[in-house]
Design a binder for this molecule. Structure first.
Ligand SMILES: Nc1ncnc2c1ncn2[C@@H]1O[C@H](COP(=O)(O)OP(=O)(O)OP(=O)(O)O)[C@@H](O)[C@H]1O
Ligand SMILES: [Mg+2]
Length: 282
């Protein structure tokens, strides 16, 4: 992999050095990728479910504001969603819905609303502040982000205490994951990123995917993101999405289910470690 990524433009939420100037959460885990279609939404849902099964109080926030998919993958028809919050019609608490089958709460986004994918900075900051406030009521908040590295993605990732970066072995996915880390590094937040190698044809191949990304990060950025885990390619994933049923309900013993449950256990440890560091720094 070569390094050809340039620095992002500044925005109101970043200082001249690119460092975020706002409060970082204690318990928000962002799920990002760079390239689209690598399994972020499916992973965010399954991770939330696994964390709930492990006894955590979990909120899943659909942070892909203009192309929301969490509700679609779960077959939900939310009557209230983030659009109501952003338009100032409802407080964020009012749009939380309980997803009984999974034992966790959801804040749904709105799909096909172009205005949500390009929110003015002020509205985006207000949304972030409301999410931070509501996050106090949970052990973990999982934020499913959109593809790419736009302002919304960067802001939620910078607000999160940790970002799980999903990649597959495809060169474009790896390049975009590297770009995500590089841009985050410029903003001073890439130390809090770990890698999820998804849709691996075998654990060894997943390990190779991780090592490729790790090498690029070490060579060009002097960063060594840890491996959060490997998820095997599994036909049950598509089957469950088609049936709009979470994999941990429909196929709890599937390879991909087992893999995400392992990542959930690791995520709890990562979160605890990050919380300790953040307590020491405050
Ligand atoms: N471990 C896996 N095994 C097999 N297929 C997978 C796996 N993970 C994801 N997929 C496939 O990838 C597709 C895309 O998943 P998903 O919609 O969650 O991606 P995404 O990263 O959220 O996409 P977007 O960037 O558009 O939001 C799914 O429909 C599923 O078929
Ligand atoms: Mg998605």
């Amino acid at each position: 992999m070569t390094d050809s990524v340039t620095k992002p433009e500044q925005n109101n939420d970043e200082t001249k050095t690119g460092a975020p100037v706002f409060r970082r959460s204690k318990n928000i885990l962002a799920v990002a990728s760079g390239k689209g279609g690598v399994g972020k939404t499916w992973f965010s849902i399954t991770l939330s479910h696994a964390l709930a099964k492990a006894g955590k109080k979990v909120l899943l926030f659909d942070g892909d504001l203009g192309l929301a998919n969490v509700d679609v993958q779960l077959g939900l028809m939310p009557r209230r969603d983030l659009n109501d919050v952003i338009r100032g019609r409802l407080s964020i608490e009012k749009v939380i819905q309980r997803y009984e089958d999974g034992g966790f709460d959801i804040i749904a986004g709105r799909s096909g609303q172009a205005s949500l994918s390009a929110l003015p900075s002020q509205r985006l900051s207000m949304l972030r502040d409301q999410l931070l406030e509501v996050s106090d009521k949970y052990d973990v908040v999982v934020v499913d982000l959109g593809a790419g590295v736009d302002r919304t993605v960067r802001m939620f990732s910078a607000t999160a205490i940790h970002t799980l970066l999903v990649t597959t072995d495809e060169p474009t996915s790896l390049t975009d994951a590297y770009a995500f880390i590089k841009l985050g590094n410029a903003a001073g937040v890439s130390k809090n990123v770990s890698i999820v190698a998804n849709a691996a044809s075998s654990p060894a191949e997943g390990e190779r995917t991780y090592k490729t990304l790790l090498k690029a990060c070490e060579n060009f950025l002097k960063l060594s993101p840890q491996l959060a885990g490997i998820i095997r390619q599994d036909p049950k994933v598509k089957d469950c999405i088609r049936h709009q049923t979470p994999i941990l309900t429909r196929s709890p013993n599937a390879d991909a289910s087992e893999d995400v449950e392992k990542i959930a256990a690791k995520a709890i440890k990562i979160l605890q470690g990050a919380q300790k560091v953040s307590a020491l720094n405050n």
